[in-house]
Design a binder for this molecule. Structure first.
Ligand SMILES: Nc1nc2c(ncn2[C@@H]2O[C@H](COP(=O)(O)OP(=O)(O)O)[C@@H](O)[C@H]2O)c(=O)[nH]1
Ligand SMILES: [Mg+2]
Length: 476
């Protein structure tokens, strides 16, 4: 029998999924293509729910005549409901609860043609009780069956969508339960705090009170410090994971396009001694140490009456505004050093590197003192001298913060609740300083605890789950 409380908690308006109760098995069976759309060597269909075995028995026939054994790969023919041959491939059957979703699951590999996959799915849908899966529904069921907590479910999307090695590393750490461990540490610290605070309510006449409070305030302060560290670490990581933008600026003919090409390792930009060759900005992506980097070759920012070039200058300015690093290229041979005040005017908090280019033509580095306190480097795009050093300097800027090498990437939702936990904890300290009754402090501790539960997914609403799982692809 399904406990009534469980049914109530599945109501869309209710919170608090009580995991002490066994969730009822989902009564419908879902099916979806889990491989990417298009043709390929293999196309994968996933099925989850009570009717998995019915599908296998009706539409899959083991070639050797054997049965579908738990977690054993079985070569099978895939048939239509009329017994017509559709394809052949492997079937793996995962009986509940030892499966991704915690329900009966089967994974079927076909030849990777969407027409074949569609044919099989249409045949399966003829069986009553089977329906197409919604986005993220397999992982949602895994979460509801406690196969993973919410941060780990979110990490699944993160690793599928990661655009750089850096983001992938961060996603993997979450998938392995990094946040869950932190949360359970927070949770047990706060449960003790609450127990001590409540004990004080009961024995408030005893005079140990004051000292205990001081100890507890210390504990709370260290929790707040840890939240600050986590939020800072995550801010750094999300800046890096979002990609680093590097704009190349300087006078015409300084060698901006040459530098862009040299960094990329191929000729993206037209290089010419004719001034004003680059009239619009050009950009190209690459990776430096697993971090996505976008190089932007700007049109020189000069006053011009040419309408096209004017527009190029306007666009370049807006690119510079969005950049994290500015490479200011100077022609050391000509010795002309532009002040780039016009660039500084609209750049945000970007770091500048001054590049004295064409070292092969110049005797010695130009007057680097002009840019005192800022990074400068003497190099040649032609011979490649010091290009490696420039990459090192860029890397050091990207990874200024040592913790950024060990990324912790929180979702927006996690950050929101960490902020709320911090607010509640600060309030507890404030209440104690004001000698407010402990009952009130206990309420704030409860509020902090419930925000921890929201991050981990111990407490959740249909709305939050809907938002998280709708970001998934179908079949995951
Ligand atoms: N000798 C030498 N010539 C260079 C170097 N870098 C660029 N040039 C030349 O300088 C001219 C202008 O280069 P370009 O990259 O088009 O400059 P931009 O106008 O700043 O984009 C071209 O003729 C390049 O071949 C370098 O390191 N050494
Ligand atoms: Mg150019």
């Amino acid at each position: 029998m399904v406990p009534i409380k469980w049914i109530m908690t599945r109501d869309t308006t209710k919170k608090n999924i009580d995991f002490s109760l066994t969730p009822p098995p989902a009564d419908d069976t879902i099916i979806a293509v889990s491989s990417p759309y298009g043709r390929g060597a293999i196309g994968l269909i996933r099925i989850s729910g009570p009717l998995v075995l019915s599908v296998l028995n009706r539409l899959c026939k083991p070639v050797s005549g054997s049965k579908f054994l738990p977690r054993k790969s079985v070569l099978s023919e895939f048939l239509s409901s009329d017994g017509e041959f559709i394809d052949e491939g492997l079937v793996v059957y995962f009986p509940a609860p030892n499966s991704y979703t915690g329900e009966d699951v089967a994974e079927l590999s076909f030849h990777g043609n969407p027409l074949i996959l569609r044919h099989f799915i249409l045949e399966s849908l003829k069986i009553e009780g089977i329906r197409p899966a919604e986005p993220g529904e397999f992982t949602r069921r895994a979460y509801l069956n406690q196969k993973l907590d919410l941060p780990r479910a979110e990490a699944v999307t993160r690793i599928i969508d990661a655009k750089s090695d850096y983001e992938l590393i961060a996603g993997r750490k979450m998938l392995r339960g990094e946040l869950g461990k932190i949360l359970s540490r927070f949770r047990s610290a706060m449960i003790s705090l609450k127990a001590e605070t409540e004990a004080e309510v009961d024995f408030s006449t005893e005079d140990l009170t004051f000292e205990n409070r001081e100890v507890r305030i210390k504990t709370i302060r260290s929790l707040i410090d840890e939240i600050d560290r986590i939020l800072e670490k995550s801010a750094v990581a999300s800046r890096i994971a979002g990609g680093v933008r590097i704009a190349i600026v300087g006078l015409p003919n300084a060698g901006k396009s040459s530098l862009m090409n040299a960094m990329l390792g191929w000729d993206r930009s037209i290089v010419s001694h004719i001034e004003g060759t680059t009239r619009d900005y050009l950009s190209e992506d690459m990776e430096i140490d697993g971090v996505g980097v976008k190089f932007i070759d700007t049109a020189g920012l000069r006053e011009t009456s040419d309408e096209i070039e004017k527009e190029g200058v306007r666009r370049s300015k807006s690119e510079i505004q969005k950049s994290n690093i500015i490479l200011h290229v100077i022609d050391s041979k000509s010795g002309k050093i532009d002040s780039i005040d016009s660039v500084r005017e609209f750049m945000q908090s970007a770091k500048i590197i001054h590049i004295f280019n064409k070292s092969d033509l110049a005797e010695k580095q130009g007057d680097a003192d002009v840019f005192e306190g800022e990074e400068s480097i003497f190099l040649s795009c032609k011979t490649g001298e010091n290009l490696g050093l420039l990459k090192e300097i860029i890397k050091n800027i990207i990874f200024t913060n040592p913790s950024s090498k060990d990324p912790m990437l929180l979702e927006e939702r996690h950050r929101y609740h960490f902020e709320r936990i911090k607010t509640a904890l600060l309030r507890v300290i404030e209440l104690w300083h004001q000698n407010a009754p402990d009952e009130i402090a206990a309420i704030e501790i409860d509020s902090a605890l419930s925000h921890i539960g929201e991050i981990s997914g111990k407490v959740s609403t249909e709305e939050v789950l809907g938002r998280i799982f709708s970001m998934f692809c179908i079949g995951k």
